[in-house]
Design a protein. Sequence first.
Length: 239
Amino acid sequence: MSQASPGCDLAGARVLACRVFQPELSSLGVGEDRVVYLDQGLHRYPDQLRLELGKALADLEADPSVERVILGYGFCGGGMQGIKSSRASLVLPLAHDCVPLLLGRAQADPCVGCGGTFYLTPGWIDHGQTPYSEYFATRERFGHEDALWVGEQMLAGYHQVSLVDTGVGLLPHHRSYARDMARLFGLAYHEQRGHRDWLRRLLGGRPDPGLALISPGETVDISLYPQAQRPPVESGSDA
């Protein structure tokens, strides 16, 4: 059974996270018995995401051994608004979505990446929905031209695709996916390094400027997030 990475004490804790974080969390030693993943596609529907988070949180709290739930989510377009626990404490990152978490940028700029770059990571490519996957789904029903138009509308305002190496290893299919997506939509292609430091601190659950520690009965609110009201990064990173 996988053990938590050094410095991450998951005794009495469970992780509730978006599926796009699976590669990074697994690499940090979070075993499948310690985590519940929700589908990435929920980020498009904040109300539904909030509902599913509440259900999953209630299921975790039904286990009396769970004293703390670590949330692998940014504010996610409001999906976290109003989330609260009845018994367990909550630990969450103060990021607007998962771009800063996967880039590893410090809390000093939690909205880093808000711009014309569409970010992809191994988890987004393997488990997420993107304009590229949407293109293929639409093409099956309506043909190339309509599918291309749909993807271009989703990418309006973006000028490049950036594949983030988060330290879990980029496989050939990750690079080919990102390059092919950029080529199809006429965008520049870029690779950059990410870091897992913020995720490590999240798993540690200790007081940190980039984290919020929520007591049972307290509610997650947008006021916790310094820059959550900026436009989110619509990319392989809206967790």
